[in-house]
Design a protein around this ligand. Structure first.
Ligand SMILES: Nc1ncnc2c1ncn2[C@@H]1O[C@H](COP(=O)(O)OP(=O)(O)OP(=O)(O)O)[C@@H](O)[C@H]1O
Ligand SMILES: [Mg+2]
Length: 300
C-alpha cells in the first residue's frame, strides 16, 4: 500500500516547550486514519504542519511522495481539503453563498460543488443562513467546502467535536463513505471511542510523541486481555492456575493479562490435570482498555 503522508522526525517547539517531537507519520492511501490523543497532545499542531499553516521546528513532511516546501506547496495543497478547528463558513451568508465563494476562489465547476453538497447531504438546507445551522450542519458544510475541489486527501481536525450521538454516527458514516470512494481521510479526535471503529489505521499521540501507529488489529494484538475459561470445575481450575493469578468468576475462571503463549501454557496445564475445559476466550477489550495496557495503566 502506498503512503499519502509520511513525516520524518517532525517536531515543533514553542519557546522552550516541545509540543510535537520526532513524529514519523505513515498514512496509507485510501484509509481513514484516526489521529487520537488527549487535549494538548499536539494533534492540531501536527495537522497544521502538514498543511503548512505552522512551520515545523524540525523534520520533513512528504505528501504523495513529494516533500512539502516552498516550490511544491501550492501543488500539494491543491490536492488537500481540510477542516481545522472551527468550520470556515461565513455565518451571515447562506450555505449556497458559502459554496459559491469556494467555487469562485478555486474555479470549480457546478458539478463539483453539487457533488460535495450531496455527499454531506446539505442539498435541502442550502438557502438557510449558516448562523441558523445546527453544529452538525456547520461541520458538514465545512466538509463540503473542503471536498468541492475533489481532494485526494482530506484532513479533518475533530469534526465530531460538539456533535450529538446521531451527528457523530452520521460523521462516521460519511468518513467511511469518502474512504470507500478513494479519498484518504485523516481525522483527529481527543475521544478514543469516537472514531475508533471508523478508522482502519490509528496513530495515537501522547504528549507530542507517537505512542502507537498501525492497524486496529495490530493495536489489539499488542494488548494483553483477560482470558476466560469455561469449565464445570471453576474452583479447582482456579486453584491449579493460581500461579497465573487465576480467579473464579462465577461458572468460569478469569486470568488477567495473558499473552498467547501463556494462555497455551495454562490450558495445557489444566488439561494435563484433567480439568474439563468447555471454552477458552479472550475478554473483548475496548480501545480504552488497550490504551491502559499500552501506557502501563496510566492512561494517556
Ligand atoms: N501558537 C502556540 N504557542 C504556544 N503554544 C502552543 C501554540 N499552539 C499550541 N500550543 C501548545 O501546544 C500543545 C499542543 O496543542 P495542540 O493544539 O496541537 O493540541 P491538540 O492535541 O490539538 O489538543 P486539543 O484536543 O485540545 O485540540 C498545547 O500544550 C498547546 O498549548
Ligand atoms: Mg486540537
Amino acid at each position: 500500500m502506498s503512503e499519502l503522508i509520511t513525516t520524518h522526525s517532525l517536531g515543533k517547539t514553542y519557546g522552550s516547550r516541545t509540543v510535537v517531537q520526532n513524529l514519523d507519520l505513515r498514512v496509507p492511501e485510501g484509509c481513514v486514519y484516526g489521529f487520537l490523543g488527549p487535549n494538548g497532545s499536539g494533534k492540531s499542531t501536527t495537522m497544521k504542519m502538514l498543511l503548512s499553516l505552522v512551520r515545523p521546528t524540525s523534520g520533513e513532511v512528504h505528501i504523495m511522495g513529494r516533500r512539502m516546501q516552498r516550490s511544491t506547496r501550492r501543488d500539494l495543497l491543491g490536492e488537500i481539503g481540510s477542516l481545522i478547528e472551527a468550520p470556515p463558513a461565513y455565518a451571515h451568508l447562506t450555505g449556497r453563498e458559502n459554496m459559491r465563494l469556494v467555487q469562485r476562489l478555486l474555479d470549480l465547476g457546478n458539478g463539483q460543488v453539487n457533488r460535495a453538497v450531496q455527499i454531506v447531504r446539505l442539498q435541502n438546507h442550502l438557502d438557510k443562513r449558516v448562523l441558523d445551522y445546527s453544529l452538525g450542519m456547520k461541520q458538514r458544510l465545512g466538509i463540503a467546502m473542503a471536498l468541492a475541489r475533489e481532494p485526494r486527501l482530506l484532513i479533518l481536525d475533530e469534526p465530531t467535536n460538539g456533535l450529538d450521538p446521531a451527528g457523530i454516527e452520521e460523521m462516521r458514516h460519511l468518513l467511511t463513505q469518502l474512504a470507500d470512494g478513494g479519498t484518504t481521510v485523516m481525522v483527529s479526535s481527543h475521544l478514543l471511542g469516537e472514531i475508533d471503529r471508523t478508522a482502519t489505521v490509528l496513530g495515537i499521540l501522547s504528549n507530542g510523541h507517537m505512542l502507537f501507529q498501525g492497524t486496529r488489529e495490530q493495536l489489539f494484538d499488542r494488548s494483553v486481555p483477560d482470558v476466560l475459561i469455561d469449565t464445570p470445575a471453576p474452583e479447582r481450575a482456579a486453584a491449579l492456575a493460581a500461579r497465573w493469578s487465576a480467579n473464579r468468576d462465577g461458572d468460569r475462571v478469569r486470568i488477567p493479562g495473558l499473552d498467547h503463549a501463556t494462555t497455551a501454557q495454562v490450558v495445557a496445564h489444566l488439561v494435563n490435570e484433567r480439568v474439563a475445559i468447555h471454552g477458552v476466550r479472550r475478554e473483548e477489550q475496548s480501545l480504552e482498555d488497550v490504551f491502559m495496557d499500552l501506557t502501563g495503566g496510566r492512561g494517556l
